[in-house]
Design a protein around this ligand. Structure first.
Ligand code: S3P
Length: 173
């Protein structure tokens, strides 16, 4: 589903693309709740993303990520969803997005911009060792997956959070 008729507005994209900050602006403008995947996981479990990842492993974290996405998509109240960056890795999640009543916008960022932005990411254990190499690999591996699920693509390079939010609203219209 796409456009203004869709119930939920879902932002997808790489770590550092600005899903949470753009989502906050959009939620305010549209007077909708913001469902932020990582925040919801932390609220529900009472644990940080890092703690879950380090103690239980990535697979367990990904299950929580799926559950959070599916719950958000099934919510009756129209919302803005800031989906975690890894949500496109699972085929089940991609199908859930395609079949849901949601307009999915990919916040597309140049990888060099992302490298600069993700320096302070406590909730991003994937970037602990070599953030630059990891981001480049993720960008390469996920590009097609984001493209697959997106109803619209908005470039975030050289744009303020406010400008990106405006662009999302224009392409949702
Ligand atoms: C991840 C993205 C992070 C967080 C976790 C894994 C990923 O969320 O869920 O570190 O695999 O891309 P953000 O996209 O909000 O940074």
């Amino acid at each position: 589903m796409s456009g203004c008729g869709a119930k939920h507005l879902v932002l997808v994209g790489m770590m550092g693309a600005g899903k949470s900050s753009v989502g906050r602006v959009l939620a305010r403008k549209l007077d909708r709740p913001l469902l932020d995947s990582d925040e919801l996981i932390e609220q529900r479990t009472g644990r940080t993303v890092r703690e879950i990842w380090m103690t239980d492993g990535e697979a367990e974290f990904r299950e929580l990520e799926t559950k959070t996405l599916v719950d958000a998509l099934n919510d009756d109240e129209p919302s803005v969803v800031a989906a975690a960056g890894g949500v496109v890795l699972s085929a089940a999640n991609r199908i859930a997005l395609a079949e849901s009543d949601a307009h999915v916008v990919w916040l597309l960022a140049n990888v060099d911009v992302l490298i600069d932005r993700v320096k302070n990411g406590a909730h991003r254990p994937l970037l602990d060792d070599d953030p630059e190499a990891m981001l480049r690999a993720m960008h390469r591996d996920r590009d097609e997956l984001y493209r697959d699920v997106a109803d619209a693509i908005v470039s975030v390079d050289n744009r303020s959070v406010h400008d990106v939010a405006q662009a999302v609203l224009r392409c949702a219209g």
